[in-house]
Design a protein around this ligand. Structure first.
Ligand code: LMR
Length: 402
């Protein structure tokens, strides 16, 4: 019955790690997946996470009973406060429904499934071009048609603001609009606050879109959790409906624990109650209830003033190290007089630089220099360190001048 099954290609992002692991070269460098590495090139377990885990295992009152369908109630409240602000009127007015989900992907999928069933507007979701590749797979499976809007301008290596607004204005009223809350993946290009306001006016006043924020990098763009939530808070602050998917993979380094949250902000508390009841019907047949360990870690950290402060310091240290890698790589390319303008390495923000390297150049670097990145030329700055910067700069230089 299965002889017809075709070999599927590897995932464009996670498959890079598969190829990297198979490469026997001692000098190989993985700049593919967006996962933080220390200056020694090692994954980082945050000290505050370790502390919270030690606390969890020594707490004899804990058990492994099922959670409710929407997860840990306290985790949900703290997650909503983290993204919306602890003084958020929407929270105070009971207009926010939050469900603990399986990291960013799970939150997007649950949100997509809910929209596929219950959204009364257009079941079309507009995502930026380019966007995180998984967006284009998640939403159609949830019953939404995915279309793209212009976002990145390869000439300026910045935002195509005019093109974006033009595409949004041409889209059917009442569509869903996927926005990256901060540190856009893969481009590292975010709208300015003024541009966000322009987008918000089109969303609210002209098109009645439903904004769906993907927030995978809170704390990584500016180094401040509050600043990185600015756009989401503006959209929630105008009283309209908003969906937000949060992930703790990057900012707490909880990649494998799959911890995230979906928040749905509506206009009336009575609607929130009914939305929550339907959200449970979406989740129950998918995975019944979420796992407890990772969300318990997050709950402990967010609810302890001391650990929360420690977390912010560790998060800032990660963001700062990434920023210093931007300077080192930029300077290394300048020293080598590599043709081209590399200012965008400094200007783009978050974990990634969208280098502008072509698919051929990316493939050349993988073949000749054992340097791995996604085929669109995105490099994870978090994968670089002072030892590998010269090696990567040499390889970029060779790929560009060849
Ligand atoms: C990435 O874009 O590299 C990360 O979000 C990891 C992933 O799941 O793709």
């Amino acid at each position: 019955c299965f002889a017809h099954v075709q070999q599927a290609p590897e995932d464009p992002i996670l498959g890079i790690t598969v190829a990297f692991n198979k490469d026997p070269s001692p000098v190989k460098v993985n700049l593919g997946v967006g996962a933080y590495r220390t200056e020694d090139g090692k994954p980082l377990l945050l000290n505050v996470v370790r502390q919270a885990e030690l606390h969890l295992v020594s707490d004899e009152s804990r058990n492994k009973e099922y959670l409710g369908i929407t997860g840990i109630v306290h985790f949900n409240k703290l997650s909503a406060q983290l993204i919306l602000g602890s003084d958020s009127p929407a929270i105070a007015e009971n207009r926010v429904v939050t469900a603990q989900c399986l990291s960013g992907t799970g939150s997007l999928r649950v949100g997509g499934e809910f929209l596929g069933r219950h959204y009364s507007g257009q079941k079309i979701i507009y995502v930026p071009s380019p966007t995180w590749g998984n967006h284009l797979k998640i939403f159609p499976l949830a019953g939404l048609e995915a279309r793209t809007y212009r976002y990145y301008d390869p000439r300026t290596k910045g935002l195509d603001y005019e093109g974006m607004l033009e595409d949004l204005r041409a889209a059917p009223n009442g569509s869903i609009l996927l926005l990256h809350a901060c540190a856009h993946n893969p481009t590292g290009v975010d709208p300015s606050q003024e541009q966000w306001e322009g987008i918000r006016r089109v969303v609210r006043e002209e098109k009645q879109f439903l904004p769906f924020f993907d927030c995978a990098y809170q704390g990584f763009a500016s180094g401040s959790l509050d600043n990185d939530a600015w756009a989401v808070r503006r959209f929630v602050g105008d009283g309209g409906e908003v969906f937000v998917a949060q992930s703790y993979a990057k900012n707490m380094g909880l990649y494998a624990e799959r911890v995230g949250a979906l928040s749905i902000i509506v206009k009336e508390p009575a609607v929130a109650t009914r939305v929550e009841s339907q959200l449970k019907l979406v989740i129950r047949p998918m995975y019944s209830t979420p796992p407890t360990h990772g969300a318990s870690i997050v709950t402990l950290i967010l609810s302890s003033k001391k650990w929360f402060e420690e977390w912010k310091e560790e998060l800032k240290a990660m963001a700062d190290r990434i920023r210093s890698m931007r300077h080192e790589l930029f300077n290394a390319l300048k020293e080598r007089q590599t043709p081209g303008n590399w200012e965008h390495i400094l200007n783009q923000i978050g974990m990634f630089t969208f280098t502008g390297l072509s698919k051929e150049q990316v493939e050349y670097m993988r073949r000749e220099d054992h340097i791995y990145m996604t085929l669109d030329g995105r490099i994870s700055m978090a994968g670089l360190n002072s030892r590998t910067v010269p090696q990567v700069a040499d390889a970029i230089h060779r790929a560009v001048v060849k």
